[in-house]
Write a protein that binds this ligand. Sequence first.
Ligand code: ZN
Length: 82
Amino acid sequence: MPYLYTCRQCRTRAPRPRTTCEDAETDQQEHRDAAHGGHAPLDGDGIRRVHDDARGDGLLPRHSCLAALVLLALVLANCWGR
Ligand SMILES: [Zn+2]
């Protein structure tokens, strides 16, 4: 999963996600230098992992999540039934 730098204070993010955390940290430093004079923004910034939407397999995780929820509901119902 790629890494994306975002700055909450400027409500902005790096133009593109990076494959490594180190590259995202470079984006972070460049933004801090350019927009905040090298300081850390008071409202916070950070690097988060984003979904790689280039592969177009967005349906699979959603279905897996739904299946996990159904399973969880069944387990809970089983516990309450006792
Ligand atoms: Zn900023």
